[in-house]
Design a protein around this ligand. Structure first.
Ligand SMILES: O=C(O)CCC(=O)C(=O)O
Ligand SMILES: [Fe+2]
Length: 162
């Protein structure tokens, strides 16, 4: 899907300034740098300057977050909503967010690999094998149209769930 010349590839650089105010607040307080969401595409490949802040939602424990240890020499790969659909839910598009750091700025660079707008996104027959089909087929264009009407934290796959 991403080798198709019409595929959508996005490269984003995020900058999160430090938030010194946090030093005067209890440890339980946080300041949101990037609100919780799942990435829409197939995969996201992230690299940061090594300042902590990225957190992933712990599956099955609502409201609990695990910090992703920062490593400026590592790439962090996230499964996106489209890959969750292709794998019929075997691979999960993890919810994540970024909280501000009190002292250091965070910079992240992310490459998002997405399908072409007309590309059909549907569970792969090889991965269904007698299981319930979790998602109806849609095009990447359909997904984006629905996503533009949603909010960042919404479950953007909900309209396509069977
Ligand atoms: O800055 C980060 O570490 C993550 C940002 C992010 O989740 C995104 O740009 O989709
Ligand atoms: Fe993200």
């Amino acid at each position: 899907m991403v080798t198709n010349t019409a595929s959508e590839q996005v490269f984003r650089v995020n900058h999160y300034p430090p938030c010194p105010l946090l030093q005067r607040l209890p440890d339980s307080c946080s300041v949101t740098g990037f609100g919780e969401h799942t990435d829409p595409q197939l995969v996201s490949v992230l690299r940061s300057n090594g300042t902590p802040g990225l957190q992933v939602a712990l599956h099955g424990s609502a409201g609990r977050w695990a910090p992703v240890p920062p490593d400026r020499d590592a790439f962090f790969v996230l499964v996106g909503d489209s890959l969750q659909v292709l794998t019929n839910g075997r691979l999960k598009s993890v919810r994540h967010r970024v909280v501000a750091n009190s002292l250091k700025p965070r910079v992240s660079m992310i490459y998002f690999a997405g399908p072409a707008p007309a590309e059909r996104v549907a569970p792969l027959p090889q991965l269904i094998m007698g299981r319930h089909i979790e998602y109806r087929a849609f095009t990447w264009g359909d997904y984006k149209k629905a996503a533009y009407r949603s909010r960042l934290g919404d479950d953007r796959l909900a309209p396509f769930q069977t």
